[in-house]
Design a protein around this ligand. Sequence first.
Ligand SMILES: Cc1ncc(COP(=O)(O)O)c(C=O)c1O
Length: 394
Amino acid sequence: MMTFKYSNSVPKSNENATADILKAASDPKVISFAGGLPAAELFPVEQMKAASDKVFDLYGQEVLQYASTLGYLGLRKEIVKMMKERAVETSVDNIAVTTGSQQAIDLVARMLINPGDVVITEDPTYLAAIDVFKSYGAEMVGVPMDEDGIKTDALAETVKKYPEAKFIYTIPNFQNPTGRTMAIERRKELIKIANEADLPVLEDDPYGAIRYAGEFLPSLKHFDTEGRVIYLSSFSKILAPGMRLGWIVASQDFMAKFALLEQNADLHADNLAQYVVAQFLQDVDVTEHIKKITDVYEHRATLMLQEIDKQFPKNVHHSIPQGEIFIWVEVPGVDTKQLFDECIKHDVAFVPGSAFFTNEEQPGTFRMNFSNMNDEQIVEGVKRMGAAIKAVQN
Ligand SMILES: Cc1ncc(COP(=O)(O)O)c(C=O)c1O
């Protein structure tokens, strides 16, 4: 058999603890709080079908043709409007549509990282971003967080220690995995630190539109006066992840280079999907659609928090999300991998915290997701987890 000589971007081993965890969690009899899937019953199937029919009637062959790398102009115009609602003034020339925001993370990493470069992130952070940055040879440096997001005093220290760092990667809204939101003062402080150190900021915001508590907070991009924030968002959480559409907003200089790399990667995001989403945004009251999602997630978050308070031991600490789909739990003195094995015996799953740390793991932490489980599953699953925690604590 052929033995391939893989590049350095391919992980050395086939072992992937997180993949194993998600596989165990995907057994249909398991109540899974492990993944991060949106609630499928909220996908606007009929409206998307209507938008799709209309697009074929109106544009016919055009939607099936190769198209512009930066994306369908009609969709980029809709994104300009959405960005305005997010307190960011921008133009179609600053925007590219990507194959999910995951592709934008990959392309930005490819644009900025040479092997050995330092990338500064929140610790813990989004697993698939860590994997991408590492695949380009980045050295990851994590900055601790608290309930108000990244600790900016620690960030300032880190930036001083690594003056050659390539960029700061952050998820200010309802962070994955912690569900925490960066406080407004921290946002301003982060931009100040980045300005002083002349560092780019990669702001990943797939979740910000689904807020059910607290007030709207402007993005880092809003506070950026120097074109240093590269902003990413996505249609995955407000519409449907299977469409694989996301977007990037950045300075026009950056976008010119980005277009070259996107062309190499996939020529352009799915043209048909872009037309359908643009039509959907024109025809449907999106605010109302987002409100529907927000209400369901608020209900599920409230229920899960209430059940955690009831069923978990009293020394457990958890985040209280203001939006979207994750709760971060800290159970002092528990080995969360052992807890995971115990939970799987009881057909319930979560993701142990170790997967999300770039530096030193904070023991006893794990992520729970509630977006894709109904009330009964949430109540029963948290009860089973409570019993498992007590079993491993004894
Ligand atoms: C923080 C974060 N960024 C980016 C993504 C990628 O989303 P998508 O490629 O579906 O837009 C996810 C997916 O869950 C995420 O949690």
